[in-house]
Design a protein around this ligand. Structure first.
Ligand code: PA5
Length: 446
């Protein structure tokens, strides 16, 4: 198993009996997932995706990625939420958070369309100056404002630089197979398109073209990612908390939540995990946070955040638990050198690998935090390899679905996201009587 739950720092908070007492709630959630009998069952496609994906499209993704790698220095990935977080997480986790600065034979990758910030977007536009560019716009609905605005800007840039025909060869679109403005426009323009399957929601879509095309452009082996996910789907198919750690994790979260631990902090001691944190936060936050329920998903990278948030975690309001990802093989090693003069008095750790020192920081913190009434769930992750990433994606997706069903919510919708959109459209003057009415109401409240 590439992800294993270690409950060493949890025993004082959650007993095996309590976990076992969830057997029937878990069986119910499992039934809903496997037999598609729960709310949101139209969006369970992620479950079989590791085996049951469009093999022709998968080959087309690899070919497009090879073409993109050859024809550009800069690859712009336009998308928001589930349409970009998984790809960014993979690139940073498997390659590096400094991917763009590495010596490599793959293009630099910039993520756009995930905000409406003028400075963020114009900075990326400037970074394209004098460079060859390809663009992948990703939007399942094909109507999301943030990526649509960025796409308009980059489309114009590409058409100006390469002409309409040249731009067509450099624009790749990932969207619904038949619906939405983006699909209509892409077909009319002749762009190469990839599909987000109907039965896979945005935040569960990283193992579709949504994630796989940008990941493949970064030179990452997507076959290995799918192999890892397939292994997870097989190993995590049993409804037994003693054999299925994704389900054990889901049960423990629910137990802690019922006990008032309403904030979960995902922690890792590797900076390469930062965007995994972001992906995980969206997955769990959007899936569980509804009907006035849900654990608030927060995240930290240690040691960095031990010196910013460590104090509040250790001694603030006791509504927190932590899930610590312990990456066994980080892929690198660095020995602390000896200093004959010992000017910094650090010779007691000279000759030690930083991985070992980091592990001590983890154990020290896990004791301190659990002694401070912050239960620690530890997820041991084998490595930063592709297969392990794929395994982790499936592990969290399954845990999230089970946890959401046990919480009593539909883990596959996100009705709350519409509220800001309605207000924003009204304030931006989108035509329509309803928008006009809302605009007047909002402006009167300003
Ligand atoms: O999980 C989800 O469905 C959302 O977070 C979407 O991924 C996000 O809102 C982007 O939507 P779209 O891909 O339709 O532009």
């Amino acid at each position: 198993m590439s992800v294993k739950l270690n409950d060493k720092f949890l025993k004082a908070f959650v007993s095996d009996e309590e976990i076992s007492s969830y057997a029937s709630a878990l069986a119910d959630a499992h039934e809903k997932i496997v037999n598609k009998t729960g709310e949101g069952s139209d969006f369970l496609g992620w479950q079989t995706l590791p085996f049951d994906y469009d093999k022709d499209e998968f080959e087309r993704i690899k070919k497009a990625a090879a073409r993109i790698r050859k024809s550009c220095d800069v690859f712009i990935v336009i998308g928001i939420g589930g349409s970009y977080l998984g790809a960014r997480a993979a690139i940073e986790y498997i390659k590096s958070p400094n991917y763009n600065l590495l010596k490599k034979d793959t293009p630099n990758i910039y993520f756009a369309g995930n905000s409406i910030s003028a400075s963020a977007l114009s900075e990326i536009v400037e970074l394209c100056d004098g460079k060859d560019i390809c663009v992948n716009v990703i939007s399942k609905s094909g109507t999301t404002t943030e990526p649509a605005v960025a796409f308009r800007i980059f489309r114009e840039m590409l058409e100006e630089k390469y002409g309409k025909d040249g731009a067509r060869e450099r624009i790749f679109v990932t969207t619904d197979k038949s619906r939405g403005t983006l699909k209509e426009f892409s077909d009319a323009s002749g762009y190469e398109t990839f599909v987000v399957p109907d039965n896979v929601g945005g935040r569960y879509s990283v193992l579709t073209a949504c994630g796989l095309l940008p990941i493949a452009v970064a030179g990452i082996n997507i076959d290995e990612i799918m192999n890892g996910a397939a292994r997870a789907a097989k190993e995590l198919s049993v409804c037994d908390v003693d054999k299925n750690d994704a389900y054990r994790y889901a049960v423990i979260r629910n137990i802690l939540y019922k006990r008032g631990k309403s904030t979960e902090i995902m922690a890792c001691y590797e900076p390469s995990f930062q965007y995994m944190n972001e992906w995980w936060k969206q997955l769990f936050g959007e899936s569980e946070g509804k009907d006035n329920k849900g654990i608030f998903p927060a995240s930290v990278i240690y040691s960095t955040d031990l010196h910013s948030l460590g104090q509040i975690i250790q001694e603030g309001v006791r509504n927190i638990f932590e899930t610590v990802v312990d990456i066994k093989d980080t892929g690198r090693s660095l020995i602390i050198p000896n200093d004959p003069n010992n000017v910094d008095k650090l010779n007691f750790i000279s000759g030690i690998d930083l991985n070992e020192a980091n592990k001590k920081a983890f154990i020290a913190t896990a004791f301190a935090h659990s002694d401070g009434d912050v239960p620690n769930i530890v997820l041991e992750v084998e490595s930063r390899r592709e297969d392990c990433y794929g395994y982790m994606v499936y592990f969290f997706e399954l845990a999230c679905a089970a946890s959401g069903y046990m919480l009593g919510v539909n883990p596959f919708n996100q009705p709350g996201v519409e509220a800001y959109k309605k207000n924003m459209f009204a304030l931006l003057g989108k035509p329509g009587e309803e928008n006009e009415q809302r605009r007047k109401e909002l402006e009167a409240r300003l």
